[in-house]
Ligand binder design. Structure first.
Ligand code: GCV
Length: 809
């Protein structure tokens, strides 16, 4: 069961729903208290469930020091009696390029003294490239945090050593009684423990592999950067999903499909000769959050990536990433045997084609022994695929699986397919893939987008998740915000990720959450994967905005542990990226936690979807009805007419609800039980029908939600004002500017959509709500002008005056 909260401007409506949609798990409430600083970093305990920040701390410290102090003198420090003082002048400007790996000196004298006593030199670990990277990161991180350069030694030279290693690489680690703990953390996990080494107080970071040690180093740095105590420290963690993969939609010409953060990171023309620091920083960032693989190129793939010359470039990147535990994968174009192989077919039943792929796999593994595998978009949006030859998706995947299996690679075959036939686009992936369950090949994973449509601000979980018990399924999330305001809008996706991971598919009885389907445990699979469409590029801040970094961070952390709560992840990101000061932490995590629901409200409330402008996917255009395919038109999705609005997918409509397991199906199929957040996704509802949740008519509720969404952005702007002077001026100003743009554009979305729906329904804006600023034609005319640049979308015509409240005071 989930407790669902929809709140804006202090108004909240509580309801209890069966599904995870729009719902945070009930144990996760409120803004994290700084008192949790005594405890473990989020998710490190492996205790299952969602450990809240602030629990599980060392004796006598848990919860201490959480309360705010009056006045501007600052607030109590993490777990102690110390206060964060108001800086006399703002900290030095930052451009965001250090991400969450900033390591500023701890400003609390007591905590600093504790760290200097407990963490003052680094001991050994071994000499692999990975252990060297681990040591370098630890020295950099702890030197920054303690303000004193840490020496590296072979043996503890006194109290305060940080001892690194595996039982194999370090005799010191081998000599410690860690066998039981290490047995629980697998190949990539780690154990961090305050202990005694040779009679001297030390903190050991131990693992079964060098990469595990590196993950442990980042776990320790996260802990210290969050100003948590290291007294009696005991942390352990292991990933629950094996392949945690970023999908880059990067083209070989340096552009990035749906990229809003500048050009591609990959300098194809300067590779393999030049390995820039940027590549290494990218690898460090990924290792710090547990990402273990990277698909370098767009799923709308160019076969040229598979030529010998380009594979040498790919190999150079693989070599750079390898020490950080990151494997490279490639998107494979299905027709590559024709385009670069000289064959006249790509038919998977042709022995020549099968041999070509087997030979290509041999060639790749000759250059990149730990190559991860292929990602394939086939027979989708114009891409070639096995259906071009009358074969199935499974036939195509099996051919590639056969080529990769001898080398241990996997094929990740995407289920994002839809055709012009069929009455309801969202049914199609299920109808196509479910009958093929179990026939994709031994090393094949079917990769399914989180929702059945296409990364909308809110969708139900895809019915395919859980519906293919004989096939490992990967969850595909989109980190880049194609439909959620691109670079500018603050929309923290941790809550979206949590919503889908927690959704109970009931596929194998209650508790078959999407997380359990994806980690393989629901159906006993031994391979598992999760993918996130990357949001990074050459912009100084990597992600197009400071807050977009949080979505990269959240993907990695929740891919490592899908049971982490979005709130705890936001908490740890803010601590590392902006400040541990509770006067920063509370408002900023609060903004983040409310941000996605606010965006849903001002873009697509009540289950609306796909009503954005064609092509750029940025601004509103619910009126569009002239696209060549019916299912490219917003009118196809909202189905507004004089009687009502929404897509009837109940049993009397398209029947899409029948693709879900019985309890989910029944809940969604009934107008009485469908969550309001998905109401119009599954039902056509009369404009004047009353919603039992609010007592408002549907039309009034629509106006209300659009309006509270806009006003929530005004609230974010006010909350942000409160951190001025507590973080550096540059990032403060850049976020301020983007929040202002977001506010204008939220108003644009609201006014345009309400004008259009009013014109269809014949209803007027009820009293108590602001009238739209312009007539409908004004908004329709903007379609030709906005955004002026699809990679940095802006709509200058709506930036006039200050947006006034949408809910009238
Ligand atoms: C890579 C949506 C996006 C496309 C993307 C596609 C996909 O349609 O708009 O840019 O193509 O999804 O996921 O394949």
């Amino acid at each position: 069961m989930f407790r669902c909260q929809i709140s804006a401007r202090g108004i909240s409506a509580l309801g209890v729903f069966l599904l995870g949609t729009a719902c945070a798990p009930s144990q996760s409430t409120g803004v994290p208290s700084s008192g949790g600083a005594a405890g473990n970093s989020a998710g490190q305990s492996n205790s299952g469930g969602k450990p809240a920040a602030g629990t599980g701390g060392s004796p006598g410290e848990a919860g201490a020091g959480a309360g705010p102090l009056a006045g501007s003198a600052g607030q109590t420090a993490a777990g102690g009696s110390e206060t964060y003082l108001t800086p006399s002048e703002p900290p030095q400007d930052e451009d965001g390029s250090s991400l969450w790996l900033r390591y500023p000196k701890v400003p609390l004298p007591g905590r600093l003294a504790e760290y200097r006593a407990a963490l003052n030199h680094v001991v050994g670990g071994g000499d692999s490239a990975t252990l060297e990277a681990a040591r370098a990161e630890l020295v950099k991180g702890l030197s920054g945090l303690t303000g004193a350069e840490l020496p590296v030694a072979d043996q503890p030279t006194g109290d305060g050593a940080v001892v690194l290693g595996t039982p194999k690489s370090s005799s010191l680690v081998q000599g410690l009684p860690l066998v039981d703990q290490l047995a629980k953390v697998g190949a990539e996990g780690y154990v961090i423990q305050a202990t005694s080494v040779g009679g001297k107080a030390a903190i050991v970071v131990a693992a079964n592999s060098d990469v595990g040690v590196l993950h442990g180093v980042f776990g320790l740095l996260r802990h210290v950067a969050s100003h948590r105590t290291v007294n009696e420290l005991m942390l352990s963690s292991a990933p629950k999903i094996q392949r945690r993969v970023l999908n880059h939609w990067d083209n070989m010409d340096g552009t990035v499909e749906r990229g809003y953060a500048g050009k591609s990171l990959w300098g194809w023309s300067s590779l393999p000769g030049t390995i820039s620091q940027r590549y290494l920083d990218y690898a460090r960032a990924n290792a710090s959050i547990g990402v273990s693989g990277v698909v370098l190129n767009n799923v709308n793939a160019n076969a040229q990536i598979l030529t010998a010359q380009n594979l040498d470039k790919v190999a150079a990147l693989a070599t750079a990433f390898r020490p950080y535990g990151i494997a490279v994968y490639l998107s494979a174009r299905f027709s590559a045997p024709i385009e670069i192989g000289g064959l006249n077919t790509a038919d998977p039943s042709s022995s020549a084609v099968r041999q070509w792929w087997a030979g290509k796999a041999d060639e790749i593994y000759g250059k990149i022994p730990d190559f991860g595998g292929f990602l394939v978009k086939a027979n989708s949006e114009g891409q070639p695929g096995p259906q071009d030859y009358g074969r199935s998706h499974a036939d195509g995947a099996k051919m590639l699986s056969d080529a990769l299996t001898p080398h241990g690679g996997v094929v990740m075959w995407r289920a994002f397919v839809y055709s012009t036939e069929g009455s309801d686009r969202i049914r199609q992936a299920y109808d196509e893939f479910k009958p093929l369950d179990g026939s994709f090949g031994s090393n094949a994973i079917v990769q399914v987008k989180n929702g059945p449509l296409d990364f909308q601000p809110r969708e139900p979980f895809s019915a395919l998740l859980g519906a293919m018990p004989k096939t490992p399924l990967a969850l595909e999330l989109q980190i880049t915000k194609e439909y959620l305001g691109a670079d500018t809008h603050l929309a923290y996706l941790g809550t979206l990720f949590e919503e889908v991971l927690d959704a109970d598919t009931h596929a194998n009885g209650p508790g078959s959450t999407v997380a359990r389907v994806v980690d393989g445990s629901a159906h006993g699979h031994t391979i598992s994967a999760i993918a996130g469409v990357a949001n990074v590029g050459m912009d100084a801040d990597w992600s197009g905005s400071h807050f977009n970094q949080a979505n990269w961070y959240a993907f990695g952390r929740m891919a490592w542990d899908p049971d982490l709560s979005a709130k705890d992840v936001a908490d740890e990101w803010v601590r590392q990226t902006f400040s541990n000061d509770p006067l920063v932490l509370a408002p900023v995590t609060g903004m983040m936690m409310d941000s996605r629901q606010a965006l849903v409200n001002y873009m697509t409330p009540l289950g609306l979807a796909h009503i954005m402008g064609t092509g750029h996917h940025y601004g509103p255009a619910p009126w569009v009805d002239d696209q060549s395919r019916a299912d490219w038109n917003p009118v196809y999705y909202h189905r507004a007419d004089q009687t009502g609005i929404g897509f009837d997918r109940s049993t009397s409509g398209s029947g899409a609800v029948e693709q879900y397991s019985a309890p989910v199906r029944d809940q969604l199929a009934s107008r009485a039980s469908v969550p309001d957040d998905l109401r119009l996704f599954f039902h056509h509802v009369g404009w004047d029908e009353k919603l039992s949740s609010s007592g408002r008519t549907l039309w009034d509720e629509l106006v209300h939600r659009y309006s509270t969404g806009v006003d929530a952005v005004a609230t974010f702007r006010n909350q942000w004002l409160s951190v001025e002077g507590r973080i550096d001026a540059r990032r403060y100003r850049e976020v301020t500017d983007f929040l202002k743009i977001q506010h204008y554009e939220a108003r644009w979305w609201r006014d345009a959509c309400l004008q259009y729906f009013a014109s269809v329904s014949g209803h007027e804006i009820p009293s108590g709500y602001a009238l739209p600023a312009h007539d409908l034609n004004f908004y329709k005319d903007l379609s030709a002008k906005c955004p002026s640049d699809a990679t940095k979308p802006r709509c200058n015509d709506v930036y006039t005056g200050e947006p006034s409240p949408a809910v009238l005071p």
